[in-house]
Structures are given as structure tokens and as C-alpha cells.
Ligand binder design. Sequence first.
Ligand code: ADP
Ligand code: MG
Length: 255
Amino acid sequence: MSEPLLELAHARKYYASPGGQVRAVDDVSLSVAEGELVAILGPSGSGKTTLLLLAAGLLAPDEGSVRFQGAELAALSKREALAYRRTKLGFVFQSFNLVVGLTAAENVAMPLLLRGTDHSVARLQALEALDGVGLAARAEHIPSRLSGGEQQRTAIARALVGEPKLILADEPTGNLDSETGTEVLEVLSVLPRARGAATILVTHDTRIARAADRVLQMRDGRLTEPEPASEREGEGKGEPASACESDPTQSAGGR
Ligand code: ADP
Ligand code: MG
């Protein structure tokens, strides 16, 4: 077995709050392999975002370790941590986080420009990435001229354009209707894998279960296997696109 891409070992992150200590992430161990799609389900406040922040090196664990390709993130200098995020990670957020005054192509080019890629090269790669998410025709539109699903696909193109090793997606379908959410889950369960990137996908949408390599459940800061009565009837591994097709008995969940 090769070295895991990302490895959390007994990671803890506690917050002080007026009501007492909050165990946002409580003794979490998680190993993510290259190219793997790990879905994390769990109620609001269970620690999912905190877990992603630990993986991004944006928070240091109070205890335990978070390693990427064997390197302890907390030991990186600020500059190294920034380089880690810029070159190895791609982020997808619930609220898309596109820059409002920039076109889709300019938004997607941004991570490359931040790394110092030449403008014309960045633009070509951005157009390719937009084509990859089916948005070639929307490249010159600003976000307000795009639908929610198109904005999120633009954000996915932005996350993928720099060929990251790991995509961190935090409730990417939370602001989308069920059908659009399905499209976004399909894109997220196919494209990163096709490009060799692993994905940690935090979602309320249980439909991801059939496309993911693994589904975990977060509850009160603890990461566990989901309860046996979960929706995973089939093991849809390896057929993410069809596995993600909407299930009429299942609403989008979350909102
Ligand atoms: P989720 O993403 O699953 O909704 P979070 O990771 O955002 O959960 O939060 C987990 C817990 O930690 C919650 O109880 C939340 O209120 C608390 N929390 C998150 N961030 C902070 C913070 N910066 N300061 C204090 N408490 C926080
Ligand atoms: Mg959250």
C-alpha cells in the first residue's frame, strides 16, 4: 500500500465558547488515498468544516497530526503552507465564492495567476477547464449572468485548473436545487478522479453515497462509519456518473 495522500491521526480541534469547550474535531483519524472520493455526511455543527480547515492547513490541530504526502502541515512555514494550498489543493464552497466583477474565465484563471503563470497560458487553461465542466459557451459571462449550477461548475473548474492533488468541497450543493445539485455531484464525482485528484466532499446529500469510494459520518466532532440503515443499497464504486443519477425517492436533503 502506498503512502496516503492525506492522513489525519488522532486530530483534535477544540474551541473555547461561552457555553464551555466545543469539541469541533475530536480524535479524528482519516486516511485519504490518491484519487479517492471520500464523502462526509453529518448534521450542521458536527465539525465538517473544521475538518476541512485542518486538511487545508488553515487550522492547526490542538493534538494529533495532519500530514499531506507525509509532511506535517503544522510544521510548514507560512510560505510553505500557502504554496501547499495553491499547488496541491482545490476548494469548492457552498456559496461558490466567485469574484463578482470577473468573467468565468477570469475567475478560473485566478489560481494560475496567483502562482505566477503567464496570462495567456492561464487563459487557455481556464478555457479548457471551463470546457471540461460544459461551460465553454459561458466563459465571458460574469457570475451574476450565470445560474447557480453554472456558478458552481465555474468554481469546480477553478478548483481543478491547477491540477491539484486534493479537492476540498464544503457542502457544494447546499445552495442548489435538487436537480442542479445532482449535476454538480456528478461533475465532482467524475472530473477530479479523471484528473487523478482525491476529493473530500462534505454534503448533506446522501445521493453521493453511491458515487463515493467511502462514506463517513461526522457527529459531535467524531468521524465514524455511517449507521447500517443508511441509503447505501448498492456499491456503486467506479460508476460515478450513473450512480449519481437522481433518485426520485430522495430529496436533496440539507435545505
Ligand atoms: P459543520 O461544518 O459540520 O457545520 P463546524 O466545523 O463549522 O461544523 O463547527 C463545529 C463546531 O465548532 C460547532 O459547534 C461550531 O459552533 C464550532 N465552531 C466552529 N468554528 C468556531 C470558532 N471559530 N470559534 C468557536 N467555535 C467554533
Ligand atoms: Mg460547515
